[in-house]
Design a protein around this ligand. Structure first.
Ligand SMILES: [Fe+2]
Length: 350
């Protein structure tokens, strides 16, 4: 299986995975052959690409951090929470559901051990906020686990991460999903969301205080230049310092109406350049060990002029994965093969 960006998808390619919308409904089933019409629809909906099965990459296994089924359930629950208008009787069932989801996510992450965050997320424009919330929760939990948090601490962190943007439910959806850069006034309105989310949760939900603070402080900067309170350093809760980095990573890697996705390598550079100013240096170093710069199943361009598919990543050697050359179907281990020493990866095709 491999990932094919939408712009490179052609009719006749066979889907390697089921494709769902944000409500958990199946859009296209695995094994289905893409047609001109499907491709156009997926492009219009804003999907970044599809997973396809082919002869060349049949032995490429893309290991997921959490199972697609749990992912779908969590996306749907978050979506329901964002869309609920009448809260009076929903709070207790939301609380039970959230706790169950968060526990499942944490258990999967802990049982997957040393797995890398290796995801090209298949989501459409309309459901961006819900998929985003789930990705931020997963990446936060992974960073929290490598920080040494226990289950209870991970539950607090992951709950806050899942709800970090819940304040956006009170914002005008057209402004939120606007296919353009926002005006100064609109951007200021959006900046209200950490506080709005914090107040909404504190009034309605009986979570530990640190869940609320993770939500309130997720746009604070390590050097005190963030919002809403301008807190700095360790005055910002550890939960918020972790959620912040996961939030920035997932926002940048997403395809949005007004920007193309940045590659993991570009985001890693962006975050490194802001270590100590926007981001906590200790959290940055944990984050860097978790991100696959060249995700398995993705296509890369080599210094030899050839294209290849990433087959396997090696811990601590993110720039030297095992790859398969597309032209020759030859497998090359960039870390171990002596005659591959001069080959470098120039870029990831997204
Ligand atoms: Fe936010």
């Amino acid at each position: 299986m491999r990932f094919v960006p939408m712009k490179n998808a052609v009719p006749g390619m066979a889907l390697g995975r089921d494709l769902y919308d944000g409500d958990g409904r199946l859009l296209l089933a695995k094994h289905l052959l893409l047609t001109e019409e499907f491709i156009k629809t997926l492009l219009d909906m804003g999907f970044p690409g599809v997973y396809v099965d082919d002869e060349l990459t049949k032995e490429v296994i893309i290991q997921e951090v959490i199972s697609p089924q749990i992912r779908r359930e969590v996306v749907k629950s978050v979506r329901d929470m964002f869309l609920q208008k009448d809260l009076t009787e929903k709070v207790s069932s939301n609380t039970v559901k959230l706790h169950k989801m968060v526990t499942e996510v944490i258990e999967e992450i802990l049982s997957n051990g040393d797995i890398m965050y290796n995801m090209v997320d298949l989501r459409d424009y309309d459901n961006y906020t819900y998929f985003h919330s789930v990705n931020v929760a997963v990446l936060s939990a992974m960073i929290g686990a490598s920080y040494g948090m226990n289950r209870e601490e991970l539950t607090v962190l992951t709950t806050g991460a899942l709800l970090h943007d819940i304040g956006k439910k009170f914002l005008d959806i057209d402004v939120l999903n606007a296919p353009r850069e926002l005006s100064f006034e609109e951007a200021n309105i959006i900046k209200e969301h950490p506080k709005a989310g914090y107040e909404f949760l504190r009034e309605n939900y009986n979570f530990p205080t640190r869940v609320f603070l993770g939500v309130l402080e997720h746009h604070e900067n390590y050097n005190g230049t963030g919002y809403p309170l301008g807190k700095s350093g360790e005055d910002i809760t550890i939960e918020a310092r972790i959620i912040k980095i996961a939030d920035v990573y997932d926002a940048m890697v997403s395809k949005r109406p007004y920007h193309e996705p940045a590659s993991p390598a570009e985001i890693v550079e962006y975050i490194m350049a802001r270590t100590g100013t926007k981001f906590d240096p200790e959290i940055v170093s944990l984050f860097l060990k978790k991100i696959a710069v060249y995700p398995v199943g993705c296509q890369v361009e080599l210094s030899t002029g050839e294209s290849a598919i990433v087959m396997e990543n090696f811990r601590y050697f993110p720039l030297r994965p095992k790859i398969k050359i597309m032209e020759s179907a030859k497998t090359v281990n960039l870390m171990l093969d002596e005659d591959a020493r001069n080959i470098t990866i120039l870029k990831l095709i997204m």
